[in-house]
Design a protein around this ligand. Sequence first.
Ligand SMILES: [Zn+2]
Ligand SMILES: [Zn+2]
Length: 482
Amino acid sequence: MEIKKSVVLGICAVAIVGIGYAVYWDYLRQTDPEFRKKLKKNKRKAAKARRAAAEETKVKTADFLRKAVEQVGSESFPTDVAAKEKYFMEQVAKGESLFAVGESGYHDAALCFYKALKVYPNPVELIMIYQKTIPEAVFTLVYEMMSIEVKKKQAEYFENFPPKEMNVKVQEVNQISTSDDLVRRALISTKDFEPGDVIFVEHPIASALDPSLEGNEFCSYCLKELNGAKFVDESDLFGAIYCSESCKDKAMTEYETLLFTTRDDSSSSKEARLKDSVKSGKVKYPLMIARFLAKMVHEETQKVATGIEEEYSTWDHIERLRFLSVNPSDKESKEIKLMRDLFETKVPGMEEFISEERYLMLKGKLLYNAYGIHTDHNIKENLEETVRSSQPNVIGAGFYRVASYLAHSCSPNTEVRFPDNNNVLSIVAIKPIKAGEELRISYIRVGDRNCSNRRNELETKWRFNCTCTKCLEETGEVDTTA
Ligand SMILES: [Zn+2]
Ligand SMILES: [Zn+2]
């Protein structure tokens, strides 16, 4: 009884004190400006604390995501189909049971779904399934992990590419006194070379013959002179001819089947219209772009079919290359329309990918980076489009992943060669080169042309003012003894 009484009293006392305190508090709040300020500050403090707590959760989540991606990145996954399927089912089941527990299981659930993605043959499809089937909070985490992985891969691009055996690396260098960008990417040698040494050999991402030469003397795939050999595919409306069965097969699987075969062989077919436009327009870049896009489609389907994913896609490789901005004109609009019409019938959705912006960007990349492929024989040249070439007798163009990074010099230390008379390019040292030195090539024929003559061509085609050592020496713009 005593205890009960005292408890009741105690409660009352607390209540009264409470009310009194509240009244006092309220009174102060209304009257004392200093106190009001203090109160505001407290409010801010509380908000700050809330924000800090949210920030802490965010940091913890970010930390978890980063570590998860790292951990999964170093794990090895099953490779054969049955084992992959088993692993996939296990991870998905585990993920489901984890998110069923509630919020505390979300992180680990997301990790399971992310791991399942690693062995699923078509990740894009699986993401779409996830989006419909797993709680949004978990899906967001999986999505974040993927975006961290992609960003990490992109950030490490120049650590992984070019491969070591190519003897070069891409490095950012600061530019001094040029109207060009302040930082540019340069191709640096990783070894010493003597004149005549081959530094690296490279196959193109896409190449094309000059349309005037298509169908008679040269291989449509590798650009080699035919010398009597002639391989054709009857189903191919483009009428391309090849130097070997192997070139024909490669062209057919990589792009020709997608681009130029159809049951409709009338002149109004989309295939025929693109073909006619290429041939009559005397330009090779639309065809190179079509081949490039077709190859991208081929790459994607291969990925799904084989489950093998190259570390970087073709698109990743060309993303970092410089390009000239191309203003849209009637000519380009026509090219874009032809390309969209053609792809729309082949790969649904592709027409949306070929936006005006993307097409012009691709064209700008070709205009800035493509190399002229030349032959030993005299041919009538048709240089309607810009190509890098210091040699006469250009028969077509090739677009290369690594050689594109070579900057110009009128007195270069390397030279482009095509030793097998096809589209496989070799970069050869023509001066002694030390490891760490930048490699440069001449984009134009130098011969005995003077500086202003050379500068004019470079300015017109690549829009830069040449400040190479040769130009600076000739114009006396720099003290060469310095
Ligand atoms: Zn060939
Ligand atoms: Zn120069």
